[in-house]
Design a protein around this ligand. Sequence first.
Ligand code: 13P
Length: 256
Amino acid sequence: MRKVIIAANWKMNMTVAETASYIPTFLAETGDDTEVDVVLIPPFTSLPKASELIGEAYSLKLGAQNMSAQKSGAFTGEVSAAMLRELFVRYVLVGHSERRQLFGETDQTVNAKLHAAHEATLKPILCIGETLAERDGGQVEAVLMRQLREGLAGLDHKQIQETVIAYEPVWAIGTGRNATPAQAQEAHALIRSEIGQIAEPAVAERLRIQYGGSVKVSNAGELLGQPDIDGALVGGASLDPRDFAEIAKAAKAAKE
Ligand code: 13P
């Protein structure tokens, strides 16, 4: 059985003060339920406050939105894996489509970051997904395979198994237009089968695959009801602690 993993990608939203009011509200709604892994992924500036407020809440884990592939040095504006570890960060998003599209990240930089994350025992969440033009052009499979093969290149089986994959079709991000459960399931099954080829079937069986792209309270249950959807990576709807708590509950209920 794969443990459900629900993550809140706040993107460039939420001040430290807003973070301080979010976490107690969220925990009051969910009551520190440890059956689901819940990952909060705030901006870097909110990580210390989030870490302090999470305290002993075992259900809540911290993630970062990005990290450098370098260990230290003259890389102005960058943050290293060791700096994240110091703040009790456990997960890190790698290759989010906004970073690929707006900040020029390639499959090669994504791959270097995955290696650096694993070396520092951070669990990477590798984001992949096709654009609308690629979907319309019948290239979904080719794009996902390339992003997986190049992104995961050189990792050993254990590292691949501990990587979380987030399937986020670019056309579904922030558009209100989510992939249908059937479209998402089809992509997730493809991803799992490809992981079986890159590593081995037992690794593919254990690896967790999240869906992201316009996940909200009203569609989370149906999406998570699909056999190969093990979690959600939530943007806009995660900014409200009550909505995000409802999504976590719906995800858990869908797997029971
Ligand atoms: P939305 O949930 O706002 O569509 O964002 C999805 C996303 O990019 C999460 O990483």
